[in-house]
Design a protein around this ligand. Structure first.
Ligand code: HEC
Length: 113
């Protein structure tokens, strides 16, 4: 009898595992949109914080802002300028997260002609 009970438990365990598969699929579907939200849109950040001085195309130059289409800085140097500011340019350290600063720096690379 004990042996039979053991088999019954095993069968039940296998059955229970098999039954979980569809709910696992459902869970992975739910996590997909979360990942999309995490990605920072550099263009959105730029249009919100940088357009006032640099202009939509990066070449407006308001209040002596540097022409970003002609910038010769590397991505790391841009991140540095955006984070800590330079002369009249405001530092964005307290305003934007590191991820946003990186995303917007990458976006300014695209403004180059
Ligand atoms: C208050 C106006 C202002 C705002 C807002 C502003 N900038 Fe600037 N930016 C400047 C000025 C002025 C300079 C030139 C600094 C100097 O003369 O050293 C500059 C320089 C830069 C440089 C260096 C370019 C180079 O080649 O030397 C980068 C990169 C840059 N800005 C990116 C950004 C980004 C990205 C944002 C938005 C997150 C932004 N700026 C917002 C005024 C601004």
């Amino acid at each position: 009898m004990r042996y039979l009970a053991f088999i019954a438990v095993l069968t039940f365990a296998v059955f229970a595992c098999g039954g979980e598969t569809p709910s696992e699929n459902g869970a992975s579907k739910k996590t997909t949109p979360k990942k999309k939200k995490k990605k920072v849109d550099g263009e959105k950040v730029y249009k919100q914080y940088c357009v006032t001085c640099h202009g939509v195309y990066g070449d407006m130059g308001a209040s002596g802002a540097f022409n970003l289409t002609e910038s010769k800085l590397t991505l790391d140097e841009k991140i540095e300028v955006i984070t800590n500011g330079r002369n009249t340019m405001t530092p964005f350290k307290g305003l934007l997260s590191e991820a946003k600063i990186k995303a917007v720096a990458e976006y300014t690379e695209k403004l180059k002609k």
